[in-house]
Write a protein that binds this ligand. Structure first.
Ligand code: KIV
Ligand code: ZN
Length: 392
């Protein structure tokens, strides 16, 4: 089951993330991402869905053959062809994982699969057994778990564990659940599924209601020791849980999680974010937590003043801890005199009180008309706008 104080990071950027419209990557690009995930020190890379296409199988195989120091998983529906393809793709990995899934909600069973609950139980038993005869590490996912009947889910997981699953995943496939519900579901399963204490419970959330990170954290509180996440929250529809958000929440608020942590090298987050964004051509929104361009930028005068006195006033983690060089004080119409003075000093211009008063007035006039006041504007204001040269 692993160390109870460690939450394993199962990164699915290359599988669920790549299912995001327009996010397709070539094998070489996937290898670059996989190498960055190793630098980030994730525990498991879900490298793709080998049965989906020969290209996907080849990409997963290349990662399994060439990337070390991490487990490599391949996704499979609960049928023999998919499981064989997944095994063919991951078998040469240092630590291969087959990830088998079957839907368990009434909506999916009836409308998508045309299976009864009893037939689905038989399928889980047969396919997890089949996969386990190939590979020592098997994850079983009950797709659409959060819209499934809880007592039925207990039976599904009991059978999966008896058949040899080493991890059971409880996905919020459609981003429907709320944090208190997801936490309660994990507690319910922990209390009622025989043998669940011997396997790892995993959380897998989608962001349709903007709750993926909150739900994932709620699952950790309730005993999840693996979380399925992506870089930048890339993923189907509104995305998956963003790894950088979960890891930094655990590190920033250890008081709320009993000190449970991951093995992640968080100072690799920015590099990972920028790599995935560049390769997929999917930009990161500026206000994205942790890795957005504005995550450590301050324009408001009151905030800049506070930051200059002590960064703890307006930052709950250091920019360096997630890969940024530094905080950015952006000068705009909301900025104050302290911020202007600090930036001018960085640019080599130390003004006396009167010079600063005049420069600030000219700066505010300019900032009212211009969205971005550049360093060149500031130097002009400092040197020329004073009427007299600034004191250096
Ligand atoms: O969202 C989901 O249910 C999935 C499964 C395949 C784990 O991605
Ligand atoms: Zn998913």
């Amino acid at each position: 089951m692993g160390d109870p104080a460690v939450v394993k990071i199962f990164d699915t950027t290359l599988r669920d993330g790549e299912q995001s419209p327009g996010a397709t990557m070539t094998t070489e690009e996937k290898l670059l991402v996989a190498e960055q995930l190793v630098r980030l020190n994730v525990d498991i890379i879900e490298a793709g869905f080998p049965a989906a296409s020969p290209g996907d199988l080849a990409a997963v195989k290349a990662i399994a053959q060439r990337v070390y120091g991490v487990a490599v998983a391949g996704l499979a529906r609960a049928n023999i062809n998919d499981i064989d393809a997944a095994w063919e793709a991951v078998r040469e990995a240092e630590q291969p994982v087959i990830h088998v899934f079957l839907a368990t909600s009434d909506i999916h069973l009836k409308h998508k699969l045309g299976l009864s609950q009893e037939d689905a139980l038989e399928r889980v038993k047969a396919m997890v057994t089949y996969a386990r005869n190939l590979c020592a590490t098997i994850e079983f996912s009950a797709e659409d778990a959060t819209r499934s009947d809880w007592d039925y889910l207990c039976r599904v997981f009991e059978i999966a564990i008896q058949a040899g699953a080493t991890t059971v995943n409880i996905p919020d496939t459609v981003g429907y659940t709320l944090p208190h519900e997801y936490e309660a579901l994990f507690c319910y399963l922990r209390q009622r599924v025989p043998g669940i204490e011997h396997v790892t419970m995993s959380a897998h959330c989608h962001n349709d209601l903007g709750l993926a990170t909150a739900n994932t954290l709620a699952a950790i509180k309730a005993g999840a020791r693996q979380v399925e996440v992506t870089i930048n929250g890339l993923g189907e529809r509104a995305g998956n849980t963003a790894v950088e958000e979960v890891v930094m929440a655990l590190r920033t608020r250890p008081d709320c999680f009993g000190g449970v942590d991951t093995r992640i090298q968080s100072n690799e987050f920015l590099a990972a974010s920028q790599l995935v964004s560049r390769l997929t051509s999917i930009p990161v929104q500026p206000n994205k937590a942790v890795v957005g361009a504005n995550a450590f930028a301050h324009e408001a005068g009151i905030h800049q003043d506070g930051m200059l006195k002590n960064p703890l006033t307006y930052e709950i983690m250091t920019p360096q801890s997630v890969g940024w060089a530094d905080t950015r004080l952006v000068l705009g119409k909301h900025s104050g005199r302290h911020g202007l003075d600090a930036r001018l000093r960085q640019l080599g211009h130390k003004l006396n009180a009167e010079q600063l008063r005049v420069a600030y007035r000219r700066f505010v006039e300019l900032a009212d008309h211009k969205k971005h006041v550049t360093d060149a504007d500031l130097i002009y204001i400092a040197q020329d706008g004073m009427g007299t040269p600034a004191a250096i």
